[in-house]
Design a protein around this ligand. Structure first.
Ligand SMILES: [Zn+2]
Length: 312
């Protein structure tokens, strides 16, 4: 990883000051003087304080990435990755040589690796979990990929300068922020004018209302949402939160939030992938895969929105 190449894009997550390389394994903020470590080539640029749901995500996902890292499990391309890459290519015009791509909540960065394989030159992956970033970097090394950069970051306080990124992909990450509007606003800030946000999120439907009851999803609906949250947090004491804190959205609410921030919404639709359907018996899976193509049952949606010049 070439940290010097990406240093001009980075900033302090707390005060937005310029960062400088104080040693091969450390960065420091030129404004507030806060030091940041670089572990195994990954800059750890978290703000001083993390929100409760971020700590929960670290707990849930951290364990999984640690195990994969210990096992050196570099398997990364699957049907979800193919669907994500197809979505990125369909929804955005991207100059592989010049434009900067950022994956928010990149995990082991299967999408970053797939895009690098297709010749993308400036690929950044950000995740709150250090082990995920180390794993992502080892995967890229394993497949002899270049031009990637991973960093540990928090969406609420991204360590990236404003107006720098051409395309942000957030596959299943926005739903994990309790402050959806706050998180989306930050993605807006770091995008260049006309830059695009492509994302997938759980959709409020019969599927998510049923499955979400088991896996800890909270629908963004009045009354019912409060009931789900009360059930998951007070009765189940967070034990069923399979993916950490997670919302599902109605398109109406999401579109209103995006517009409020200043995004121009380009498109949305069913996130089209052969879903795993973990809780459905094998025999019924084929039927359910057909049923979930009806809007009332959509498990997840994608959307694409562009940053406009209007300031909100
Ligand atoms: Zn600072």
């Amino acid at each position: 990883m070439n940290i010097k190449k990406y240093l001009p894009l980075l900033c302090c997550p707390d005060c937005l000051g310029q960062l400088s390389l104080s040693s091969p394994n450390a960065l420091s903020c030129l404004k507030c003087r806060r030091p940041f470590s670089i572990i195994k080539g990954i800059p750890v640029l978290l703000p001083k304080r993390l929100e409760q749901e971020q700590l929960l995500a670290l707990d849930v996902w951290g364990k999984e990435y640690r195990e994969l890292l210990e096992k050196k499990d570099f398997e990364c391309w699957d049907k979800y990755c193919s669907a994500d890459v197809a979505l990125i290519k369909e929804t955005s015009v991207f100059n592989k040589e010049k434009d900067i791509f950022l994956e928010l909540g990149c995990g082991k960065a299967r999408n970053c690796a797939a895009l690098l394989k297709k010749g993308y030159k400036n690929v950044i992956g950000a995740d709150i979990c250090l082990d995920a970033c180390i794993l992502a970097s080892e995967i890229c090394e394993h497949y002899r990929l270049t031009d990637y950069f991973f960093l540990v970051a928090d969406i609420y306080k991204p360590p990236l300068k404003r107006n720098t990124i051409d395309l942000i992909f957030a596959g299943g990450s926005i739903e994990h922020f309790r402050d959806t509007l706050g998180g989306l606003r930050k993605t807006y800030d770091i995008l260049r004018t006309d830059g695009k946000l492509v994302a997938t999120v759980p959709y409020v439907s019969v599927s998510t209302l049923l499955q979400g009851f088991l896996t800890g999803n909270v629908p963004r609906l009045p009354i019912l949402g409060s009931f789900y949250e009360f059930f998951h947090t007070k009765i189940m004491k967070n034990k069923n939160l399979m993916y950490g804190f997670e919302y599902s959205f109605t398109w109406r609410e999401l579109r209103t939030s995006l517009k409020k921030i200043g995004f121009i919404v380009h498109c949305y639709g069913l996130y089209d992938v052969e879903y795993d359907l973990k809780f459905i018996p094998c025999l019924l899976k084929r039927i359910f895969l057909k049923i979930i193509r009806f809007k009332l049952f959509w498990p997840m949606i994608y959307f694409c929105a562009a940053k406009s010049e209007r300031k909100k």
